[in-house]
Design a protein around this ligand. Structure first.
Ligand code: SF4
Length: 631
């Protein structure tokens, strides 16, 4: 194995030959470099896409901060090298290495991979291969690192079950410490790899796929997933933290431009709106807010340690944060005259007030984004994003009036029961909104419509729904392309083949692992990148494995069918989700559950945590000290 010095000296030769060498050098302000030999546990935090994207991943920044606070452990980083760098690394025999100390990833004890979305799967295989770590968990020995993955995609871990030793289901801030301690205990007692995996399976929220087996019906649907190790949990329940821990503030400051050059402060976790297509909204419940004074203190500390001039106040729905106007005004007052921009990336139409728009300090005022997701009130009821068209147009007018020349509207096509008229309505609504903008600020007004395609994601009320067909998606996109052109209008859309890949991977069972492996062998990499995605790699991989891609995507699931992810519990009950699915077919809406609880399943599961953290910390009802359960 190459030493860090040898890796460094080979890098000196290849870095001048690749694009953006700053992606591969480390050395950024605020990086943490510990003495390798002074700690027991070495953790590599890996984002399976390029540095420019991975540097903005808040989950990894939180874990980097958490682990590096421990005197007995270190956390370093690695990202996917872009294709030119990968070729150069393979040619020069350089394994994937960490940016901080230049150790080969194979030398670490633990590899923690972030999987926020499914199109990172082939890159994950590629990273392991580049690190010289066996791709299949079953081929790793006690001399190899333990490969762990977490993130939203881990809520259906089955397609990646063969490659990952253990998944973290849910929030990682506490689990990561328990994994480190279990690993240290096992090493001290000299246990083998299989005993280590058994010990890890004893940590709540940790799923070790090799301790479970899937059985299938003759028609290919899942019969059941059973545990083959008696003390393994079934189902595997997600972990949450009762209260958001203090946010990281010593963010790394890159030498090169990255996707977001800003301070990301999470102001709230979870969402209670219940949009029926939204996996994040379902799996991150309950809502927990960070107090205003804690956010302000974090912004202060982060500005002092980084010098960034933009702050992102992040959550799934920032305008739903109870004191959002007070918070933004407080940030304005505190940092007046320091040329700061404040961005609120996720705003709901019905909660964007004039006061909030006025408070947002975005000196550039380039674009303002709203996501109605559908253009007719009927369809917005079906997806449970009820807002009237009049309210949407009124909010759009206010946005233009307040100095944003470009309004971005995000829509989805392919929702359950969508007709071509619902798609036509997207074009009509965009033209109406642009016309309103032009009344207010004339020709300066622009409208950008971003149209993605619905994928029925696991753990959502729409998980029973089928995905639209390629032919139907193409017809709908052709209509939008014909209609949404001309002065001031811009349309972007997702390629239908990319949507199919996302659907296969997010809805797949264990047999998809073979498809992923074969697609990777055929050259699939960077599937999230248009210029690299090649659908034929995947179709050929399906053909080789005798699996029908349409089986995963185009069937409406009967109510009794066992989902491949059913042994993973988001703690939102299946019955709650199914009732909500039936409600969508009757165009019934559910309001924000902070107004009244719908008994989704969170409170019975986490009653003890809630009882120990009463009051406004959560947005679910309190659990009385005398009551066992309130639902
Ligand atoms: S327990 Fe009630 S309030 Fe809490 S997330 Fe579920 S439905 Fe909403």
């Amino acid at each position: 194995m190459l030493t860090p010095l040898e890796i460094d000296s080979r890098l000196e030769r290849i870095l001048p030959t690749v694009q953006k060498p700053g992606r591969y050098t480390g050395g950024e302000l605020n990086q943490v470099v510990k003495d390798w030999n002074s700690v027991q546990t070495h953790l590599a935090l890996v984002f399976p896409d390029i540095y420019d994207l991975g540097m903005s991943n808040l989950g990894l920044a939180i874990l980097y901060d958490q682990v590096n606070q421990r005197p007995d452990a270190l956390a370093e980083r690695a990202y996917s090298p872009w294709t030119d760098m990968e070729t150069a690394m393979r040619q020069h025999g350089i394994p994937l290495y960490s940016l901080e100390s230049k150790h080969s990833l194979a030398e670490f004890d633990l590899i923690g991979i972030s999987l926020p979305y499914e199109t990172l799967y082939t890159n994950t295989l590629n990273l392991l291969d580049l690190a010289g770590i066996p791709l299949f968990s079953s081929e790793r020995t006690r001399h190899h690192p333990l490969v762990i993955a977490g993130g939203h995609a881990a809520f259906n871990p089955e397609p990646m079950h063969a490659f990952i030793d253990a998944f973290v289901i849910g929030e990682g801030e506490e689990v990561i410490h328990e994994i480190i301690e279990t690993h240290q205990d096992c090493r001290q007692s000299g246990t083998d790899r299989s005993s280590l995996l058994h010990a890890l399976a004893g940590i709540p929220g940790v799923y070790v796929p090799s301790l479970y087996q899937a059985h299938y019906h003759p028609d290919g649907s899942v019969m059941r997933v059973e545990k083959v190790y008696p003390t393994a949990a079934l189902p595997i329940q997600k972990r949450i933290v009762a209260k958001l821990p203090p946010p990281p503030t010593h963010f790394l400051v890159p030498y090169i431009d990255t996707v977001h050059n800003r301070i990301p402060i999470e102001i709230m976790r979870g969402c209670t709106r219940g949009c029926r297509f939204c996996q994040a909204g379902m799996i991150t419940r309950p809502v927990r807010e960070r107090p205003v004074n804690e956010v302000i203190a974090a912004v202060e500390a982060a500005i002092a340690s980084t010098g960034f001039e933009e702050i992102g106040l992040l959550s799934l729905s920032s305008s739903d944060y109870t004191q959002i106007v007070d918070l933004v005004q407080a940030v304005n007052q505190r940092f007046l005259g320091r040329h700061l921009s404040v961005s609120l990336p996720s705003l709901r139409i019905e909660t964007v007030s004039v006061d909030l728009m006025d408070a947002v300090m975005d000196e550039r005022r380039t674009g303002f984004t709203l996501a109605p997701e559908a253009a007719t009130e009927r369809m917005r009821q079906i997806i449970n994003k009820p807002v009237s068209t009049a309210q949407l147009i009124d909010t759009a007018r206010q946005v233009y009036q307040r100095g944003w020349p470009t309004l971005k509207l995000y829509f989805m096509i392919g929702h359950p029961s969508e007709t071509i008229e619902d798609v036509q309505a997207i074009a009509d609504l965009c033209k109406t909104v642009l016309a309103e903008g032009r009344k207010v600020i004339g020709k300066r007004a622009n409208l950008h419509a971003g149209v993605s395609t619905f994928v029925p994601k696991p753990h959502t009320p729409f998980q029973w729904a089928p995905c639209d067909t390629l032919a139907s998606i193409r017809e709908k996109q052709a209509l939008l392309r014909r209609q949404l052109r001309g002065d001031g209008l811009k349309l972007t859309w997702t390629q239908p083949e990319e949507t199919m890949l996302e659907a296969w991977l997010s809805r797949g069972d264990r047999r998809m692992a073979e498809v992923i492996y074969r697609a990777w062998k055929r050259g699939a990499r960077f599937d999230a990148w248009k210029e690299h995605f090649n659908s034929s790699n995947w179709l050929e991989a399906f053909a080789e494995t005798d699996l029908d891609p349409g089986f995963y995507t185009h069937r409406e699931r009967p109510p009794f069918e066992v989902f491949p992810w059913e042994h993973i519990s988001s703690t939102v009950r299946k019955k709650f989700l199914f009732d909500d699915y039936l409600g969508s077919q009757r165009a019934e809406t559910r309001h924000d559950c902070r107004e009244s609880c719908f008994a989704c399943g969170i409170l019975p599961t986490f009653a003890e945590l809630r009882r120990g953290n009463p009051g406004d910390v959560w947005k679910c009802p309190d659990v009385s000290p005398r009551q066992k359960q309130i639902q």
